[in-house]
Design a protein around this ligand. Sequence first.
Ligand SMILES: [Zn+2]
Ligand SMILES: [Zn+2]
Ligand SMILES: [Zn+2]
Length: 260
Amino acid sequence: MNRYSIHGIFLGTGTSQGVPVIGCNCTVCKSSDRRDNRMRTAFFLDVEGVHIVIDAGCDFRQQMLANGIISLDALLITHEHKDHMAGLDDIRPFNFMRHEAMPIFAEHRVVEAIKREFSYVFAEHPYPGAPMMNVQEIDEQPFEYMGIQIQPLRVRHLNLPILGYRIGQFAYITDASYIPPETMALLDGVECLVINALRFEKHYSHFCVSQAIEIIQTIKPKDAYLTHCSHSMGLYVDACKLLPEHVHLAYDGLRLELEK
Ligand SMILES: [Zn+2]
Ligand SMILES: [Zn+2]
Ligand SMILES: [Zn+2]
């Protein structure tokens, strides 16, 4: 695997409902610590000047604005759940700025879902001003985009096969509840691992904290970050105290710098 200099931003670190949850009065949802406010899970990568966002959920627009992201070369989609692709219509400003369609990489089933959910984009005569999507179908094979090597990572989200992504010494997995041995092998040598952990208690379709830590202890990255968290994770300051030293609880806006 190549090494890259990578600058990353956690755009969103929350589970599908986001945190705070509408109508919830728990201490996390009521917290004034901004690290307890979580938009839907997504990640920005600047890999040697190539700007990539992983997932475009309902909060995509706010995430671009909050982090001042004004240029984007591609989107990688992990799976078709709404918290990971409902915001795709908001790629329009990037279309207008660049006068071209946005490359969107996803596997076959997800491409079908994008074409179904955003059918107006793919109409023979799209409505003027409709988003322009250059949807590119990928599978589990590594591919190259603008000189950057991207390794898709097959994981399971309950029964749904979905993708994580490895770029150089960095890997990003969300919404997983199982990682098969072939994928564990592809994670060998990863120095920075982002992995989902919903809460401390077990859950049927997402890793909980102890399951994520078990994966981290097998892969042994220098640093690991937990994302896709629910309000049941508890307050940021309390949850952090319960994690091993090199395992960090991610929060919206947290930045990573990886040296080549
Ligand atoms: Zn999700
Ligand atoms: Zn709550
Ligand atoms: Zn999901």
